[in-house]
Design a protein around this ligand. Structure first.
Ligand code: DC
Length: 680
């Protein structure tokens, strides 16, 4: 399926409930590499499933590591345990810095000692992310590394001949002030070079992002490598170091991902708390210290083993000035919390933002300004003053292929909590699937705890006669917008089928209404489960359709299905198709479409549909049947088929599906004017 081009978040007014967070990206990829280098099998639990870990897993597989998913979902990784199994490979590493840096170091060392030729590349942005300091450090050891594109950046070629040696006698110097990932890469890989003599790494300049280095040291210890260190200046990997599997390892939930839900709790959890599962205050991840920053802004946070409970404390939030060197990733979330603070928030010592997935200082400044905030930025700081209460603007947040910009941007949807009533705005997130990098189900998790006024949850209704193509149109629009779909005809069909099975006759109105009210229906992708059994195919049968048509004229049946239909209106939105979606069920829907096509055209479509399924059909009969059904639907006394007064008519007789889809999406865009993305 095509990726969703944008996701619109309606104005959100509260938050409560429990979220289970995915595993930490930093821990996941370090654990995978260490397990891949170890002797023996490591069972990895709660591994993050994301773009970055997929890239690492694909690389390990190419290199000959064993990867097996167990019945309980854990991944068993069987490592190389020393000798290379593959001496030549081209590895594509996407935009995953946590794969590029340590793999470059490990493969450079392995190629130098055992011989081999490896090429590492990524997406264009990866080729703009510096790696020169790491390469310089590895060259001091005698590794042979060539730049295949721009000097100082990936792609790289790493090579060596069998039986090579490395110069481990003197200390390896690495810069620490651009990215801590260079030091981490060396720490993870250089035990490979410490079989007979110790390896000493010395850091030049002030090391940034120290907490990530702590994670590295912590995990190395779990894999049998105890690094001796003097502060953050010198690290010694003892002679005879060898990676030993801990047997089993659990990946804790991602503390950076938790920051969005901590912020959400601080901003919007007024009645009941937001509970975050999978992470406690004892986390080994540096970003856990985001909690202190959030508390300084007003959050109330309680910690328990593996759980954080967050409520709103001070309100509006307090503006802060903070050196964010210790929480570089989570600090982005503070920049968005600043939208809800009284005064100006200043985040300093964040120069590393400029060399991440995108230039995050520039990106954050541009996007927060679109929302109406006043932002100033410098090489290593950002300063955010919130919009005036009536100054929020409906912004289209450009996400620069950066998951964190998308997740941060979503928090702006809580503007109703500070905006003057009547000036609340929705927020549009462009390319929302960029969250796949670390948190593929981020928006689902957000919607599971976010609360909106029902009237703010948008509904597009698509009504029309049988075989007008409204089901296909509705499904395509819903997929394109990332919304739910309600095929209301299916509810009438399911009622008809359930009644047939229970032996309730088609004229027993109270009996049928009872069946409708008690329907046990569940939708699961293409499947429609009635009492747990997939009846999707059966529901499409003509005979079920004609009984549905009959019973749909009974007021008690229509009434019984009303609450069920209203329940489909969920965040972030709903596309509902049927006969009375715009007239009866969602009369205040912000966009109503009435879809028609000529009877001849509809009969032909139905005919082709049946023939393609191997069902014999007669065009003239189909058309007569269709016209009879139209007549019945139009003339019935209750909820007759007719366009809502404010519906837009769409005759799709001469249109392709794509043309109809564009037409409806065009109408929707006119109803929801967003600030155009700037800087595109
Ligand atoms: O769209 P469909 O063929 O799946 O619908 C089956 C029957 O249900 C159809 O004959 C009309 C009825 N129906 C209705 O009365 N109101 C709706 N909202 C949807 C369907």
């Amino acid at each position: 399926m095509n990726p969703i081009p944008y996701l619109d978040l309606p104005p959100l007014r509260g938050a409560a409930g429990t979220v289970q967070l995915p595993g930490s990206k930093s821990i996941s990829n370090r654990v995978l590499l260490l397990a891949g280098l170890s002797q023996g099998t490591t069972v990895v639990r709660d591994l993050l499933a994301s773009d970055d870990t997929r890239v690492m897993l694909a690389a390990l597989k190419v290199l000959g590591c064993g990867l097996q998913t167990q019945a309980d979902g854990a991944l068993a990784v069987t490592g190389l345990g020393g000798p290379l199994q593959v001496h030549q490979a081209a590895l594509f590493l996407g935009n995953a810095g946590t794969a590029m840096r340590p793999l470059a170091a490990a493969l450079a060392v392995l190629a130098a000692l055992q011989g081999g030729h490896f090429e590492l590349s990524g997406v264009p942005r990866m080729h703009e992310r510096p790696i020169g300091d790491l390469v310089d450090a590895l060259r001091q050891l005698g590794c042979q590394i060539d730049y295949l594109g721009t000097e100082g950046y990936p792609p790289l070629a790493l090579q060596g001949t069998a039986g090579g040696t490395l110069q481990t006698g003197r200390e390896i110097r690495v810069r620490g002030d651009v990215s801590s990932q260079f030091l981490t890469a060396l720490l993870l890989a250089l035990p490979l070079a410490a079989a007979t003599a110790p390896v000493v790494i010395a850091v030049d300049g002030e090391l940034i992002s120290k907490p990530y280095v702590e994670i590295t040291l912590n995990l190395l210890a779990r894999f049998g490598i105890v690094v001796e260190r003097q502060g953050f200046e010198r690290f010694t990997i003892p002679a005879g170091s060898a990676y030993r599997t801990p047997g089993e390892i659990h990946v804790e939930a991602d503390a950076s991902s938790a920051s969005y839900f901590i912020a959400l709790g601080a901003i919007a959890a007024t009645a009941a708390p937001v509970v975050i599962e999978g992470l406690g205050l004892d986390s080994i991840q540096g970003d856990i210290r985001f909690v202190e920053a959030a508390q300084a802004m007003g959050a109330e946070v309680q910690g328990a083993p593996g759980r954080l409970t967050v409520r709103r404390g001070a309100w509006p939030l307090r503006a802060i000035t903070l050196d964010c060197n210790h929480i570089p990733d989570a600090a982005m979330t503070l920049a968005v919390m600043a939208l809800y603070a009284s005064g100006t928030t200043r985040l300093t010592n964040i120069a590393s933002w400029r060399v991440k997935e995108t230039d995050r200082i520039a990106a954050m400044a541009a996007e927060l300004r679109k929302l109406g905030a006043t932002v100033s930025e410098g090489t290593d700081f950002i300063e955010v003053t919130p919009p005036a209460a009536d100054g929020w603007r409906a912004a289209s947040i450009h996400t620069y292929d950066d998951h964190r910009i998308a997740m941060c941007g979503s928090l702006a949807a809580f503007n109703p909590l500070v905006a003057t009533p009547g000036t609340e705005v929705p927020v549009r997130i462009l390319d929302p699937q960029c969250v796949d990098k670390t948190f593929p189900d981020y928006f689902e998790a957000l919607f599971s705890v976010a609360q909106a006024a029902e009237s703010d949850i948008p509904v597009i209704t698509i009504d029309g006669p049988t075989a007008s193509g409204k089901g296909t149109l509705a499904a395509t629009i819903a997929a394109r917008l990332g919304w739910f779909q309600l095929d209301s005809g299916l509810l009438y069909r399911a009622t008809a089928l359930a009644a047939q099975r229970l032996g309730v006759p088609p004229d027993d109105e109270p009996g049928l209404a009872g069946v409708a009210a008690g329907l046990n229906l569940r939708f699961d992708g293409e499947r429609v489960l009635l009492n747990g059994e997939d009846v999707a195919a059966e529901l499409r049968q003509e005979q079920v359709g004609s009984m549905a048509s009959r019973i749909s004229s009974l007021p008690a049946v229509r009434g019984a299905l009303q609450a069920l239909q209203l329940g489909f209106r969920r965040l972030p939105g709903l596309v509902a198709d049927g006969r009375d979606m715009g007239t009866v069920i969602f009369p205040a829907a912000p966009l109503k479409v009435f879809l028609t096509a000529s009877p001849a055209m509809r009969a032909e479509r139905r005919y082709k549909q049946l023939i393609s399924k191997g069902i014999s059909a007669n065009l003239a009969d189909l058309r007569a049947d269709l016209e009879a059904r139209d007549e019945r639907d139009k003339t019935r006394l209750i909820a007759p088929l007719r366009p809502a007064q404010d519906a837009l008519l769409l005759d799709n007789s001469g249109q392709t599906i794509e043309q109809s889809v564009s037409q409806v999406l065009g109408w929707w865009a006119q109803r929801r004017p967003f600030q155009p993305p700037q800087g595109d």
